[in-house]
Design a binder for this molecule. Structure first.
Ligand code: ACO
Length: 401
């Protein structure tokens, strides 16, 4: 009922931009997206090439420092991270206080906040301190993520193993037992590596903007990353991978047809969305979804034949892409449409899906925070508003209300 143009006239130069759909808040040299063409590049390198040829740690180095590492640089980075994977015993005890069935996302965020209290010498804005905090987070977040998972399954935690790679360590700490040596499946290890590469950064999305906004007050890197985890948890952002799998299961279990489900989405009466579809920036096929779709097929076949949920997903995609509602609104599968199916095939329960996203996005959050604090033109983030409340009125005593 408000006349926005009149309200705007009152606020002078303020731009009214709900959801920051048209507002650039920083300059960044990390990630380039052309949403109309379906292009994604980290530091100029196409995501397709990185997914095919790189590893998550190498891509993390690229995202963080701007160049692909030499052999020596990568070995040094890997060594610095391996050295810090173990967490303080008292921090490990923290996991015992959470209820057994806690969702691992709030547990992860709480653990990252707690980690900052054990890492006080890495809190600050000197280059060495920032570097040390970067290594601490890159090294310890996989351990914390695996322990959040172990807490949710009620099984004992494992120490990291220095002889293993970054991804292998995380897989072993998630699924390994204290009694048996862990048997790796190379297809699964590589698929997780690729999935994390695809999530490493995505410019000013909701969680990254949160990291920057929190950090703009000169809050430390741990506090900013912990806030990013919370922002990622929502179903319209990282939580969508969990929501997609739940949607596919609901379609299967309710026995509804794909067309009936799409009709319900289009009807909009109960606000049902086709989860894993649509994106603020991509008005074309999300390039990450295209890569993941190929892997989904291979992994599901390797893990035991056809998967009913993948069939439903493929059918949903085909029907949506030839439906006027989705075509007119340029709604295509996004990164989350197929990831959940792969994570499930790897043995992760749905509650862990968004934690895996957080693990992948970690280098991006850190790189964006570092870029921001290194920018001398940076200012504290402080949006404006259009006030639509009461005009001035006088206090009413209690007995007259
Ligand atoms: N299903 C059905 N309709 C949709 C969907 C969807 N998934 N997404 C958008 N629309 C419709 C909207 O209802 C709107 O229709 P209208 O013009 O008739 O009002 C139109 O498309 C434009 O959508 P907006 O909501 O304005 O688009 P916005 O850019 O604000 O939202 C978002 C983007 C949040 C991703 C949205 O597409 C969505 O909710 N998708 C489902 C959740 C999801 O998959 N999120 C993951 C995003 S990727 C990531 O975070 C990693």
């Amino acid at each position: 009922g408000y006349d926005i143009s009149k309200l705007l006239a009152k606020t002078g130069d303020t731009t009214f931009d709900i959801g920051f759909a048209n507002t650039a808040v920083c300059k960044s040299a990390i990630t380039y997206i052309d949403g109309d063409a379906g292009v994604l590049q980290y530091r100029g390198y196409p995501i397709e090439q990185l997914a095919e040829k790189s590893t998550f740690l190498e891509t993390s180095y690229l995202v963080l420092y701007g160049e692909l590492p030499t052999t020596e640089q990568l070995a040094d980075f890997t060594e610095k991270i391996s050295r810090h994977m173990v967490i303080d015993e008292r921090l490990r005890e923290l996991f015992r206080i959470f209820p057994r069935k806690s969702h691992p996302m709030p547990v992860l965020s709480a653990a990252i906040t707690a980690l900052s209290t054990f890492s006080r010498d890495t809190i600050g804005f000197e280059p060495d301190t920032i570097e040390a905090a970067t290594h601490q987070l890159m090294a310890k977040v996989p351990t914390l993520a695996a322990y959040s998972f172990k807490n949710s399954t009620g099984t004992p935690t494992l120490f990291p193993d220095y002889s293993l790679s970054y991804i292998e360590n995380f897989i072993r700490m998630s699924f390994g037992t204290v009694t048996e040596p862990y048997q790796f499946d190379d297809t699964i290890t590589r698929a997780l590596d690729v999935l994390l590469i695809l999530h490493a950064d995505h410019e000013q999305n909701c969680s990254t903007s949160t990291v920057r906004l929190v950090g703009s007050s000169q809050a430390n890197l741990y506090a900013s990353v912990s806030a990013g985890v919370h922002a990622l948890s929502g179903p319209l952002h990282g939580g969508a991978n969990q929501a997609v799998l739940e949607m596919l299961k609901q379609i299967r279990d309710d026995g509804v047809t794909v067309q009936d489900y799409l009709d319900k989405v289009k009807n909009k009466s109960d606000h049902t969305k086709l989860m894993g579809f649509g994106h603020r920036i991509y008005k074309n096929y999300d390039p990450r979804a295209a890569i993941i779709k190929k892997h989904a097929d291979a992994i599901l076949k390797a893990r035991g034949g056809s998967d009913q949920l993948l069939d439903i997903a493929l059918e949903l995609e085909e029907a949506a892409l030839s439906d006027d509602y989705f075509v007119e609104r340029k709604l295509y599968p996004n990164v989350d449409f197929y990831t959940g199916l792969i994570y499930q095939a790897m043995g992760f329960p749905v509650d862990m899906f968004t934690v895996l996203f957080a693990l992948g996005r970690l280098p991006g959050w850190i790189a964006q925070w570092r870029e921001m604090v290194a920018d001398p033109t940076n200012k504290i983030g402080r949006p404006r508003q259009i006030y639509v409340g009461h005009t001035k009125r006088d206090y009413v005593p209690m007995n007259e209300r």
